[in-house]
Ligand binder design. Structure first.
Ligand code: ADP
Ligand code: MG
Length: 707
């Protein structure tokens, strides 16, 4: 098949008239990209399906992970796994004696450097498919004496991997469809690259010095340096998400009005000065000031409050809610679960004496009679603050004058929930919204995960919190010292956590490991201390009993699986010992560590694991959750970061964060200027971009949110 070089579309402004006349005229045919991808045999078709490769366009957007230098026959070492580009000299089928085995195929193959015998198993038909003279890409294992066992293979031709020693693309592959087969498949459809649409206006592309999209697709597959091609595709991908986020925000800002909360801060001032049992941290004060400015506008606030567990977000949120009350309006706080809603309600009652405001809790298990009365009080305006689950954006819930909504814990809303929330406003007003998340993420990720929100950060822990000293330990002597430290702390009246290794395969195994560790420590190490056990396989009553005895100080040491991660609060505990620490992620270890250092005592976190582990070293060096999140991102890449998964951020196909952070900043600026100039992306030069946006994100992503 002839190889068609992609034509650079959209570059006409740089060509002279003569060049234009001479250029081969070919317009992209997008329908060619929508053509179903035909893959044989059926096993390979299944593999393509599993990789999500349904159309020719899908295939062209399936980029190689990297390129590996093919080896030459002469270079191959015994037992080496390698890819080679060879030509078939002769090929024969040889029956196998063993019953049930298909004949072997043996081929004598050569490249410029040497000759070897390649063996194919279980595919007798290959003798006909690969006659002498066929050029093949072979991956497999080189045995001694010039014998090669083939694991995957595909025919090749000039221009694909030109010859011995050329770089060969390595594609993400799957069962049934090998990278080698993908190399061949992509080359078979190489001509379709010219059908790739250029969505960017020529001017923007020139200013950003980007190759055109067809050229970028070609480069990402076929060039020795695939990086410029990938970056261009990443630019488009990031631009689409930024445009969608900013457009959504702009539409709401243009269309919706909120109640401006601009009156004197008499009540909130008194609350802070007289009622709160502590002084605000600087971070809390500036967060409140930021929120306050936003609330004073008629543009609805769309803000994220980001701070670790214990950083004091609740007070900031409560302040925003009280600002509504101060204006004779109402506020609501929505939590993802009933338990969290109950906890918030308890906090609220603690921090707001009842004389100040009227507040109520509404969840799925609120009894019908109470619920009815509560809804009446809400509709009449008698009830000022409502805490609850999703139940509070359901239809029957009607507010008298809702001005502020706080949404806890990163369950980002879909379009429908957003609308339901906005409809709770009155007189054409939508509420100001403050989202809260306890998962700190670096700025690059915040731009993508929360790009439609302004971000306020609480970094500084409230006063009284003591930083925790962290050590990585692994020798027997260090273990003895760790146990001695626990004895000393207990002698001084403190308590300790021992966390057993994470066993991902099963909760039962994890429970068993914890049970055994508990028995071992009680018997061999801490005979004189009282130890309790806590794991996920215990009954709720047993768990409750264990936690209570530890919280009451009756037990000295709590031996547990990671169940304690979910919010046990024992300020008297001063040691956190984590076994098998390498099995945990950075953020998980940071959460575990947060269980100590909550009281006035100096605390220590002892991580058992390899000293050279980058993750454990990071924890030993840093206590700032934001810095740790950045390191986590650097070490693992964005797709793996737990927080981003939870926030519903789809993994990017082309972009890599944080590496592409600079690209993202550029894209963000571009997206802003694009939307300022053409808010609906309806100018002729933006039509293809708008189409690409709708195709990539679905039409819903661009649906305006009516007031
Ligand atoms: P978050 O919601 O961010 O996890 P909270 O708002 O629940 O944190 O605060 C954690 C604890 O710290 C609560 O007991 C709260 O009363 C207390 N707290 C909050 N702000 C301060 C402060 N400025 N000084 C002392 N304690 C504070
Ligand atoms: Mg909280």
């Amino acid at each position: 098949m002839p190889v068609v070089e992609p034509i650079a579309f959209g570059t006409t402004e740089r060509l002279t008239a003569a060049q234009l006349a001479a250029a081969p005229v070919r317009y992209p045919r997008p329908e060619a990209l929508a053509a179903p991808l035909e893959v044989r045999p059926p096993k390979a078709a299944k593999g393509a399906e599993a990789l999500g490769l349904r159309t020719v366009g899908d295939l062209l957007e399936h980029l190689p992970r990297d390129r590996r230098q093919a080896r030459t026959i002469a270079e191959l070492q015994p037992d080496e796994v390698a890819t080679v580009v060879v030509e078939v000299r002769s090929i024969t089928t040889r029956p196998v004696r063993r019953r049930g085995m298909k004949p072997l195929v043996n081929a004598v193959v050569a490249d410029g450097s040497g000759v070897m015998e390649a063996t194919f198993f279980n595919q007798p038909w290959l003798a006909n498919r690969y006659p002498a003279g066929t050029r093949l890409l072979l991956s497999g294992r080189h045995k001694a004496r010039n014998r090669f066992t083939v694991e995957s293979h595909a025919p090749t031709h000039e221009g694909l991997a030109g010859g011995a020693g050329d770089a060969v693309a390595v594609y993400p592959a799957t069962d049934g469809l090998s990278s080698t087969q993908l190399v061949e498949l992509v080359h078979r459809h190489r001509a379709a690259v010219a059908d790739v649409i250029e969505p960017l206006p020529a001017r923007l592309r020139a200013e950003e010095e980007l190759p055109d999209r067809p050229a970028a697709v070609a480069a990402a597959h076929f060039d020795d340096d695939t990086e410029p091609g990938r970056r261009r595709l990443a630019f488009d991908e990031l631009l689409q998400t930024q445009l969608a986020l900013l457009e959504r925000r702009a539409v709401k800002e243009a269309a919706a009005r909120a109640l401006p909360l601009e009156a004197e801060r008499s009540m909130t001032r008194r609350w802070i000065a007289e009622t709160l049992p502590f002084a605000l941290t600087d971070d809390q004060e500036s967060a409140m000031a930021e929120v306050d400015l936003a609330l004073a506008r008629t543009v609805p606030m769309q803000r994220l409050l980001m701070g670790e567990v214990g950083s004091g977000k609740t007070v900031v949120a409560l302040h925003a809610m009280l600002r509504a009350v101060e204006h004779g309006a109402q506020a609501a706080l929505m939590a993802p679960t009933e338990t969290l809603a109950e906890q918030h309600f308890a906090t609220l009652q603690r921090l707001l004496p009842n004389v100040m405001v009227s507040a109520a809790l509404l969840t799925g298990s609120t009894p019908a009679a109470r619920r009815r009365r509560l809804l009446e009080q809400l509709a009449s305006g008698e009830l000022q603050l409502l805490v609850g689950t999703h139940a509070l954006i359901e239809d029957p819930v009607v507010f008298d004058r809702l001005a502020v909504v706080v949404v806890d814990e990163q369950h980002r809303f879909g379009v429908r929930q957003r609308r339901a929330l906005d409809r709770k406003g009155v007189d054409g007003h939508v509420p100001h919204v403050l989202h809260m998340t306890a998962t700190p993420i670096p700025r690059t990720l915040a731009l993508t995960a929360y790009g439609d929100l302004d971000v306020t950060v609480l970094r500084q822990a409230p006063a009284g919190r003591r930083p925790v000293t962290t050590h990585v330990a692994n020798t027997a002597a260090e273990r003895e010292r760790a146990y001695a430290r626990i004895r000393e702390e207990v002698a001084a009246g403190r308590q300790a956590f021992v966390v057993c290794p994470l066993v991902e395969v099963s909760e039962a195994l994890e429970a068993r490991a914890a049970t055994e560790e508990h028995a071992r420590l009680q018997r061999d190490v801490f005979g004189e201390l009282r130890l309790v056990l806590l794991h996920g396989r215990m009954t709720p009553a047993e768990k409750q009993a264990a936690m209570e005895s530890f919280a009451a100080g009756e037990a000295h040491v709590l031996v547990s699986t990671t169940v304690i991660e979910v919010g046990i609060d024992v300020p008297n505990a001063s040691v956190m010992l984590v076994e098998g620490a390498e099995r945990f992620g950075i953020s998980q270890l940071h959460q575990l560590r947060g269980r100590v250092g909550r009281g006035p005592h100096a605390s220590v976190c002892l991580l058992f694991g390899a000293k050279e582990s980058a993750r454990l070293r990071a924890l030993a060096e840093h206590t700032d959750g934001f810095r740790l999140a950045e390191i986590d991102l650097e070490l693992r890449g964005e797709g793996e970061l737990v927080g981003t998964r939870q926030s519903g951020l789809a993994a990017f196909r082309f972009a890599r964060l944080p590496d592409d952070g600079d690209l993202l900043e550029r894209v963000r600026r571009r997206a802003r200027t694009l939307l300022e100039a053409d808010p609906g992306l309806s100018a002729p030069e933006h039509v293809l971009l708008a189409d690409a946006l709708a195709a990539a994100l679905g039409p819903e992503a661009r649906e305006p949110i009516p007031a």
